[in-house]
Design a binder for this molecule. Structure first.
Ligand SMILES: NC(=O)c1ccc[n+]([C@@H]2O[C@H](COP(=O)([O-])OP(=O)(O)OC[C@H]3O[C@@H](n4cnc5c(N)ncnc54)[C@H](O)[C@@H]3O)[C@@H](O)[C@H]2O)c1
Length: 258
């Protein structure tokens, strides 16, 4: 489905982590299309430059910061520059995540730690900075990226193994609920989106190998297709907008019915 640009987040300041590629880039571009000014962050400077270029072509103000969001000091510096640039922050999207731990019987400790750190510690560090600011302003939206993997993903389990990722994405659901309850009285809404299999440059080659297998992502998805980055960006946009004013503490599955 094609969407025509509008003003669903007009005038809002939105910070999107992991905006150099895939779902994060699509979210940043979609929020920009709907009138937001952006802060984009990633460790991939080249990809980030391309996202910045596309936002600028669309006429959107953008501050681009190359940083590792699993580390405390760069995250503090990131939020300080965002506030110095725009004076406030209305929307945080914690998109950074991913990683693989392999089958449990041979999983390496460093891979487990990496996956938990990438998905959970990054969300904690960024949310803590945003929450302090939004709580004071009594306004804000935080959207986290969970995953269908929070309940286990059959094709990943059978063919690859990634229980660390399932654990981290289930933790994102609990984190989202806990933080939503803490911030509710301050007018800050906190939700998560849990994507099913989403085609990106990174995921496409893997999906091509397994998509038609018995437990592959197409057969295991009731809507019988792999999702698009636009499917996820639309859901994040909704939760980030004023339309979702009475929704907090929810994990919205965008997973084709799975
Ligand atoms: N693609 C899917 O099928 C799918 C499904 C469910 C959930 N998700 C979740 O959606 C989110 C985005 O997924 P994606 O497939 O677009 O991922 P991706 O790997 O394509 O993009 C993630 C981005 O994060 C950046 N990044 C990695 N480590 C970083 C760090 N330490 N600091 C800053 N940036 C860092 C990467 O450079 C990359 O640009 C993730 O949280 C992922 O777990 C994806």
């Amino acid at each position: 489905m094609t969407q025509s640009p509008g003003n669903r987040v007009a005038g809002k300041i939105a910070l999107v982590t992991g905006a150099a590629a895939g779902i994060g880039r699509a979210i940043a571009l979609r929020l920009g299309e709907e009138g937001a000014s952006l802060v984009i962050v990633d460790i991939d400077a080249e990809g980030l430059a391309e996202t910045k270029r596309r936002l600028e072509v669309a006429g959107r103000p953008v501050l681009s910061v190359t940083a590792d969001v699993t580390e405390e000091a760069p995250v503090k510096a990131l939020f300080a520059s965002a506030l110095a640039e725009y004076g406030r922050l209305d929307i945080l999207v914690n998109d950074v995540g991913g990683g693989t731990s392999g089958h449990i019987w041979e999983a390496k400790l460093e891979d487990w730690d990496h996956v938990i750190r990438l998905n959970l510690r990054s969300a904690f560090l960024c949310t803590r900075e945003a929450a302090a600011h939004m709580r004071e302003r009594r306004s804000g939206r935080i959207v986290n990226l969970s995953s269908g993997a929070r309940e286990g993903t059959p094709w990943t389990a059978y063919y690859i193994g990634n229980s660390a990722y399932s654990a981290a994405k289930a933790a994102i659901h609990g984190f989202t609920r806990g933080v939503a309850l803490e911030l509710a009285e301050y007018g800050v809404n906190v939700n998560a989106v849990a994507p099913g299999p989403i085609e990106t440059e990174r995921t496409a080659p893997g999906f091509r190998k397994i998509e038609h297998l018995e437990h592959g992502p197409i057969r295991a998805t009731p809507l019988r297709r792999i999702g698009t980055v636009a499917d996820i960006a639309s859901a994040v946009l909704y939760l980030a907008s004023d339309e979702a004013d009475y929704i907090t503490g929810t994990t919205l599955a965008v997973a084709g019915g799975r």
